[in-house]
Design a protein around this ligand. Structure first.
Ligand code: SF4
Length: 233
């Protein structure tokens, strides 16, 4: 297959304007753990970016494309993995981000992404996930060029670096206070300041200072960096 045919065979790639590499997106409505978390107001999934802004504006084209990708991989996972490996090899990507929307669908799906990384040792992969049980099943077979970065389910909380080699947190910039019996949302730096005091500013993603753009930063892909905290947006 040529590059065009390979691209079509996996349902197409995505490219977010903030990040200088290609990515892959599935429907956030099919996130296994995310769907359990989304009704919890303290959860990062309660305010999922993949259901708003750009994703909401272009929902009529984005959603069918995401479901098409999902159907392709569920229909023949081995074939999906083989074609994805070949596509990344042919594209000679230096970096590739899994899931600007969506998450791992099964242990078998995670194993295919491991194979894709093994088949492409010159590409750095970033795989953000909240599929904790799947992570523990595959954690001993993750190659060096695949950074599986496990996200804490709740805002303003940090996972253990002993349990999760690479992980991430989300820091809220608002909190709810009660005045005269009414709940009001106010801006706060409380969570950011507490985080910096404990872990240091270099653990905070600096994209918020750069209009959300990554620039040349590749920290999310770096398996030597245990923790990264994102400022909620
Ligand atoms: S830590 Fe770096 S690579 Fe990760 S999202 Fe922030 S700017 Fe981008």
């Amino acid at each position: 297959m040529n590059i065009g045919e390979l691209t079509k065979s996996v349902g197409g790639l995505t490219k977010t304007s903030k990040m200088n590499c290609y990515s892959y997106s599935l429907p956030e409505t099919e996130c296994k753990t995310g769907n359990k978390l989304k009704n919890n107001p303290y959860s990062v999934c309660s305010n999922c970016y993949a259901g708003k802004n750009f994703y909401k504006v272009y929902e009529k084209t984005i959603k069918p494309a995401q479901y098409n990708r999902l159907n392709i991989l569920l229909n023949d996972l081995k074939n999906w993995g083989g074609n994805f490996s070949a596509l990344i090899l042919r594209k000679k990507f230096k970096k590739f981000r899994w899931f600007d929307s969506g998450d791992i669908q099964s242990v078998e799906h995670a194993k295919e992404m491991i194979k894709i990384a093994e088949n492409n040792p010159d590409t750095k992969f970033w795989l953000p996930t909240k599929e904790y049980a799947i992570y523990h099943t595959i954690k001993n077979s993750i190659p060096k060029n695949l950074c599986v970065r496990v996200s804490h389910p709740l805002k303003n909380a940090v996972l253990s670096s002993e349990k999760y080699k690479n992980h991430s947190a989300v820091l809220a910039t608002t909190k709810i206070i009660e005045i005269d019996g009414k709940e009001i949302k106010v801006k706060t730096n409380e969570y950011i300041n507490k985080f910096i005091a404990k872990y240091g500013e270099d653990k905070i993603c600096q994209a918020y200072k750069n209009d959300g753009n990554c620039g040349t930063c590749e920290k999310c892909f770096d398996t030597n960096i245990d923790l990264i905290a994102y400022i909620e947006h």
